[in-house]
Design a protein around this ligand. Sequence first.
Ligand SMILES: Cc1ncc(COP(=O)(O)O)c(C=O)c1O
Length: 377
Amino acid sequence: MATDAVAAMLPFLDLPAINERHRAGYLRALARVLDGGHLVLGDETAAFEREFAAACGAAHAVGVGNGLDALHLVLRAWGVGVGDEVIVPAHTFIATWLAVSQTGARPVPVEPEADGANLDAGRVEAAITSRTRAIVAVHLYGRPADMAPLRDIARHHGLKLLEDAAQAHGARYRGQRCGSLGDAAAFSFYPGKNLGALGDGGAVTTDDAALADHLRLLRNYGSRTKYAHEVAGVNSRLDELQAAFLRERLATLDADNAQRREVARAFLEGLAGMPGLALPAADDENFASAWHLFVVRHARRDALAAALAARGIATLVHYPTPPHAQAAYAGLALREPLPLAEHWAREVLSLPMGPTLAPAQVAAVIDAVRDACRSLA
Ligand SMILES: Cc1ncc(COP(=O)(O)O)c(C=O)c1O
């Protein structure tokens, strides 16, 4: 009985189904790498970097080990360090903050918009001090942050603007791709991302040739020529195999995102007007989300999740505890409380989302959420 119930459950993300579509391509990629004989920093990585930069509308892409390193290495390359401050969203995955902390700088959180998950640009200027060096804007859940006012603020105060685009491969802001909206952008290719590898991976995109060059040094022990080390770098390289797999996945990114957009459209239509349920903003001419996650809000979030589980629908929470409330940041003295971030953490619930969700599965999610909302009202 229990086994049947588990088997009948609609998974939150059907990664095996997503990857199965690429089986033949992955095997071809594996063969290319085996035959090429280069396993680290070879032709596949160079080709993926060119293709990914082009896909983002950026001049350069530099492959690194993961998304956290992508964020951290950019901040380090900009010289951010001890005594500096970096503005970060209060509502985000903790990696955004950890990248700042790893440089020795202090993350300074800014609350989300009242009706959106992203950083509220209107609150950023109040958080700037003489120590502020950069702003990290996260395109959370795949929806672009409102970059135009952030660019104005950054320019006016002489700050760097870094996109955390870990959830936003292929998203567009005012028609322009995420990854080309700030001074640099950090991507993650963690398997569950819209552009996911078969393991860890990350990249930085930028139009700044000097920054790209510096990152190529930093990721490879600070070395351009074997056994000559110009800076004290790290080992954080996108390996050939993951680069080869990512080239296969990149070819279907736009089509996959179009599928996600269809799912999001169906959810927005099918769930409109449900009692107690707040829906994410629809796309418009300025904001085209990558729909990495479809995140609803409900005052009785845990009860809604339980009701959906009872109806065979798996959900997740992104994220149940904001970074400032994590034990890891117990030592960080906040300048002011962050009630909005805490409110979001209590109410958010991510519904199943992905490019392989069948129409019948989408309909099943809609029916279950409608049912659950009515029973909780
Ligand atoms: C918003 C955000 N930033 C950064 C990261 C870090 O990426 P990675 O897990 O590849 O280090 C992630 C993903 O995990 C993320 O969702």
